[in-house]
Write a protein that binds this ligand. Structure first.
Ligand code: AMP
Length: 503
């Protein structure tokens, strides 16, 4: 594959931006990042991590002790290495203890979105066949009716700490179900090495140290909140404060006047949108915050500018996918570009394949879907790159930009339209606060380019004006035929627009 298709190639010296050890080959680097296992590395003694939530606070020693006892209890209940155990509960410190206990027991944790209804939970539990599901009170009934053994989160079994399980970096650590914005969720099986490479990579690129305090408002069942937020905190010996996401709660943690003041925040664009709306009304100096990281969905350039102004600094946009890891980021030290996701993490290769599909290789990249060899075979190129399904563009400076998803491609009158390209244009119209473009079935066009717009307060929204605005900037086949006004866009828990629902 030509150099033009490889992200990072044209960057003058990657080591100036990311601390890559110059003598390591990429394979050695991946081995280093993947080495060890989660229970050993997350609970390593001698680091001072503290996790807080409300009035409760757990030190590293508390976490080690609790996880050890829960692992003992799970072992007595017959659950250990080689078993799967589902975790179906709202985020809390008890969720963290249950998760670490299951990891300490050597089990593979099936992560579940607590918002799942019975039908969604049923798909995941029947697909993953866990030995038991740790569920909180609200969800235990659903698990019971599905015939799966329940372990109550509020009453976790505890017994003497067992010996460390014998695991390797290749042992299964967790199954994360894909967000299912298209089709049924598939179980991505991540091993211990995948998570360790993920957490260590995040520490290196964002210069995470034991002095940091992460304000953690992301769901714990997703790679963003778990692999980056929780694991990164424990691996770096930093601290984290878990808060349910609301702008005042996040700002309160970032502006405390004591030693527990947050220094980092990770969010998805929809969170930054709400944060900016709140900051507009309640201007607050946040320029002291060490870093704001944004990802899991595209950060519109207008929101990037708004964040830069209201947060007092540009957010660091990063890109990733459950199966491949969060593996591309704007530089911590260098310029952060709106609309671009930056350079690969250490040990990661990014290339463009057919139709400019983003391809990934690295220690973070999974080996396959749970019990789905066909989907696994389709997910990789013959030379072992994971096919993300995202469309990329690599710029002159070697940075990657995401142009949309292959599956969201609209075919209208025989022409291909990438919705994101149209959204990027419409987002610059003053009457548009948010927009999603999708192809609505049409007898005439096959699919009709349609813009679903949440109007801004700044200017009145006139449908014909939006359409002519697009015609001044895009080839006519790409322009929306219709504009539908919405109060808000349908999104999943990670803030991704559910285009199938729009149609
Ligand atoms: P998930 O597996 O739930 O993390 O979703 C991964 C998908 O989110 C990717 O395949 C992208 O389509 C999208 N995504 C994540 N980060 C970004 C980003 N910074 N810009 C654009 N899309 C993103």
């Amino acid at each position: 594959m030509g150099a033009d298709n490889r992200a990072g190639d044209r960057q003058a010296d990657l080591s100036e931006t990311f601390p890559i050890v110059a003598t390591e080959s990429i394979e050695q680097e991946r081995r280093r990042l993947r080495s060890g296992t989660l229970p050993e590395e997350l609970l390593k003694p001698g680091r001072d991590a503290v996790l807080r939530s409300g009035d409760r606070c757990l030190t590293r020693e508390d976490l080690r002790f609790e996880a050890g006892m829960v692992a003992g209890g799970l072992r007595e209940a017959g659950i250990g290495a080689g078993d799967r155990v589902a975790l179906y509960a709202a985020s809390s410190l008890d969720w963290v203890i249950a998760y670490l206990g299951a990891q300490r027991a050597g089990a593979c944790v099936v992560l579940m979105n607590p918002d799942y209804h019975a039908a969604e939970a049923s798909h995941i539990l029947s697909d993953s066949e866990p030995a038991a599901a740790i569920a909180d009170r609200e969800r235990a009934e659903i698990v019971k009716t599905l015939g799966v053994r329940v372990i109550p989160l509020e009453d976790l079994p505890r017994a003497a700490e067992p010996a460390m399980p014998s695991l390797t970096p290749e042992s299964p650590a967790a199954i994360l179900y894909t967000s299912g914005t298209t089709g049924r969720p598939k179980g991505a099986l991540l091993d211990h090495g995948n998570f360790l490479a993920q957490g260590r990579g995040a520490i290196e690129v964002w210069r995470w140290t034991s002095h940091d305090i992460l304000v953690h408002a992301l769901p714990l069942f997703h790679l963003h909140g778990l692999g980056m937020g929780l694991h990164g905190t424990l691996l770096s010996g930093a601290s984290a404060t878990l808060v349910p996401f609301t702008p005042p709660a996040v700002v309160a943690e970032l502006t405390r006047d004591d030693a527990e003041r947050g220094s980092m925040f990770f969010g998805v664009p929809a969170m930054y949108q709400r944060l900016c709306d709140w900051l507009d009304e309640h201007p607050t100096d946040l320029s002291h915050v060490r870093v704001f990281v944004c990802g899991s969905a595209p950060l519109p350039p207008a929101l990037f500018e708004r964040c830069s102004r209201l947060l007092g600094q540009a957010p660091v946009e990063r890109y990733g996918i459950t199966e491949g890891g969060i593996v591309v980021t704007n530089p911590y030290d260098g310029p952060r570009q709106a609309g671009r996701v930056g350079f690969p993490f250490p040990g990661v290769e990014v290339e463009l394949g057919e139709l400019d599909e983003v391809l990934l290789k690295g220690g973070q990249v999974f080996k396959g879907y749970w019990r789905n060899p066909q989907a696994t075979a389709e997910a990789f190129t013959p030379d072992g790159f994971f096919k993300t399904g995202d469309i990329g563009e690599i710029g002159e400076d070697g940075t990657l930009a995401i142009r949309g998803r292959l599956k969201e491609l609209i075919i209208t009158g025989g022409f291909n339209v990438y919705p994101r390209e149209v959204e990027l244009v419409l987002e610059t119209h003053p009457a548009v606060q948010e927009v999603a473009v999708a192809g609505v079935p049409s007898d005439k066009w096959g699919e009709e380019v349609t813009a679903f717009v949440v109007p801004s307060q700044a200017a009145p929204l006139v449908e014909s004006e939006i359409i002519s605005f697009a015609h001044e900037r895009l080839a006519s086949y790409k322009c929306p035929k219709r504009v539908v006004v919405m109060d808000k866009l349908p999104r999943n828990a990670m803030g991704k627009v559910l285009r199938s629902q729009l149609k």
